[in-house]
Unconditional design. Structure first.
Length: 138
């Protein structure tokens, strides 16, 4: 059974997004880059409903800076250590949502500087000792 969407055209979707509705209610082929950006700027959690081919670096940065939880919804080729740093520098707990391949020493240190308890989310085991020592001043 296919999902029923409340908004099936670009015009309906644009009006709905301007009224604060979620992209979740918009048929995916009605979403344009412009509509996606407006939606994410208004409600970052809409990134989850932006088709991967429409995600931009700017859009992903807006989302992960607000909520590192959204890192998991960022298109894989945009998931970089630089993006991870943006996700964790003010919210160390966000390290939980950063994949191991993006957990560089710099990312781990930034997360631990903001939130020492983020050490439980370190997936890159080889960097644990150095990052912990430097970030915690040990």
């Amino acid at each position: 059974m296919s999902k029923k969407y409340r908004y099936n055209s670009f015009d309906e979707a644009m009006e709905a997004i301007k009224e604060g509705r979620s992209l979740e209610e918009v048929r995916p082929d009605s979403i344009t880059p412009e509509l996606a950006m407006i939606a994410v700027k208004d409600w970052v959690y809409d990134l989850e409903f932006v088709p991967a081919h429409l995600q931009t670096l700017e859009m992903a940065l807006i989302a992960v800076r607000w909520s590192p939880l959204l890192f998991q919804h960022v298109r894989p080729d945009l998931q970089t250590p630089e993006m991870a740093l943006e996700a964790v520098k003010d919210r160390g707990w966000g390290l939980e949502h950063v994949p191991a391949n993006c957990q560089t020493k710099e990312v781990i240190e930034a997360a631990l500087k903001h939130d020492p308890s983020a050490k439980e989310f370190i997936k890159t085991k080889g960097l644990i000792k150095n990052a912990l020592e430097e970030a915690l001043g040990e």
